[in-house]
Design a protein. Structure first.
Length: 505
């Protein structure tokens, strides 16, 4: 029996709400009747979510004890959905410190329960032999279990859902390579789980009995090899059968580079994912069902999980993506808007064009840039810049868009991230490509009388050191072609649109 009546409305704190799982868990908790508070380093990234007006959003960071203590006030259940993902050499220490702060502040605030989503670890494998990513996830779970607050640690392997990093890796490897030379981990046995079941179980843990303080293995109904998953994905997606040739010589490092070149998932994120596939990750118990029973039809099978994810992708209904959270190490400095900014050189490139179309038509084109819609100038140059970024270990140009028509603050957009939107007027993008400095791109739609409008565009670059100065002056000669062409073509595209908003034929 639960300690609380099913009708009790709990206050839930969600960390990681700007990320893939957290952004989907919030509406699940609201639907279940709970009150939700979100802790976010950049609250502005949540403002365009459809549920933003239904939650309380507080600014803070899990490494800052003061902000965590404030966020824990009057909280019943605290969800810990953040991790450093192993991109920096000190990430394990950072994860450990953040988990300790979270557990200590939760206990001091009288929180009834902590819920954490970790990684499924292989049985019988010494912890020192695990990948750094899995080892850190396991340690975070232990820290929270020892916090003195009843904790549920859910351990999942591969999560199948539209926009998840694991699904995007599987999808692009299978779709782009009809014949594959693959690492030996394609024969590793895995128990994948649909993201719908992960969210259902996370939400259900809010009402666990107070004496439950343990880990739970969670997974779907099938145990498959990665090779099985690729072959079955191809069948569900209607692709011809794939030819898979595993070889033993691809190390985790080489595997991550291979994944980074073939898929939108950059090598820095692909490495912890591929390292986690070295060992078998299969559930050894299903005790969670004693507390959160499976409804009819659940847990979803692999084929159904893939079918649902593909439908979301094809209908452009992806709620969150793996890139919803900025990758560690990506620039995050906001645009220096102070006219007397003293941070050093700030180079700008201004472009503009008169548009023979109303401002709302121009805005539709601006908000639709990137992804499959492209950047309206010199596609080869944009593609080359994306490939150079991938080779340098950056995110490249292939992250695409979460939604084909509408953007929100915090969205990734190829190698940019949406920093600001003033709907109908301004789109500001911050560069996340590898650069010797910081860069932004602003696009404005302004009325110009008589049913016409004006497009304004501003590229800004704050160089770091001599290399940054050399970079700006080295690429400046190409701005007329790339940025100038972009301004002209966006204006033309807006003028060609029909009154209904679709491009004229």
């Amino acid at each position: 029996m639960n300690d609380h009546e099913p009708t009790e409305r709990l206050r839930c704190l969600v960390t990681g709400a700007t990320g893939y799982i957290g952004g989907r868990l919030v509406p699940e908790l609201l639907t279940a009747g709970h009150r939700v508070r979100c802790l976010a380093r950049s609250p502005g990234k949540l403002r365009d979510h459809p549920w933003a007006d239904e939650v309380e959003i507080v600014r803070g960071d899990v490494t800052d004890a003061g902000s965590v203590a404030e966020a824990m006030r009057d909280v019943d259940v605290a969800y810990y959905l953040v991790h450093a993902l192993g991109s920096g050499k000190d990430f394990e220490a950072a994860d450990r410190r953040a988990a300790r702060i979270f557990g200590e502040r939760a206990r001091a605030a009288g929180v009834r329960r902590i819920v954490y989503l970790g990684g499924l670890t292989p049985a019988g494998v010494p912890e020192e032999d695990l990948s750094p990513h899995l080892r850190s996830r396991a340690e975070v779970g232990r820290v929270l279990l020892a916090s003195g607050v009843p904790t549920a640690v859910l351990r999942a392997a591969v999560v199948i859902g539209s926009g998840s990093a694991s699904f995007e890796m599987l999808r692009h490897l299978t779709e782009r390579l009809p014949v594959m030379v693959t690492p030996s981990w394609v024969h590793t046995r895995i128990q994948p789980i649909a993201v719908r079941d992960v969210l259902r179980l996370l939400a259900g843990c809010a009402r666990l009995p107070g004496d439950v303080n343990r880990t739970f293995d969670i997974g779907g109904p099938e145990v498959l090899t990665y090779r099985d998953m690729m072959l079955r994905y191809a069948r569900v997606a209607g692709l011809p059968p794939r030819v898979i040739l595993p070889v033993p010589v691809l190390t985790p490092g080489l595997s991550s580079l291979w994944v980074g070149l073939v898929t939108p998932v950059p090598a820095s994120l692909a490495r912890p994912l591929t390292e986690s596939l070295r060992h078998e990750v299969v559930c050894h118990e299903r005790d969670i069902t004693r507390y959160v029973p499976d409804p009819p039809g659940h847990p979803l099978g692999f084929d159904e999980a893939v079918r649902l994810a593909l439908r979301r992708v094809r209908e452009a209904q992806v709620i969150t993506r793996w890139s919803s959270a900025a990758l560690p190490g990506a620039p995050s400095d906001p645009l220096p808007t102070d006219p007397d900014w003293a941070g050093g050189s700030l180079y700008t490139d201004h472009r503009g064009a008169a548009v023979d179309a109303p401002v709302d038509e121009l805005w539709r084109v601006i908000e639709g840039v990137g992804g499959e819609n492209g950047w309206y100038s010199f596609p080869l140059a944009w593609s080359l810049r994306g490939w150079l970024d991938r080779l340098a270990g950056g995110v490249g140009l292939r992250r695409g868009r979460r939604d084909g028509q509408r953007l929100r603050v915090g969205d990734s957009l190829d190698f940019w991230r949406v920093e600001e939107i003033e709907r109908g007027r301004l789109l500001r993008l911050r560069a996340e490509m590898r650069l010797p400095g910081l860069a932004w791109l602003e696009m404005y739609a302004e009325p110009d009388g008589d049913g016409c409008s004006r497009y304004r565009q501003r590229a800004l670059f704050h160089p770091h050191g001599l290399l940054g100065q050399a970079y700006w002056w080295g690429v400046s000669p190409f701005h007329a072609v790339v940025f100038g062409g972009m301004a002209r073509n966006i204006a033309r595209a807006a003028a060609r649109r029909t009154p209904e908003g679709a491009p004229a034929r």
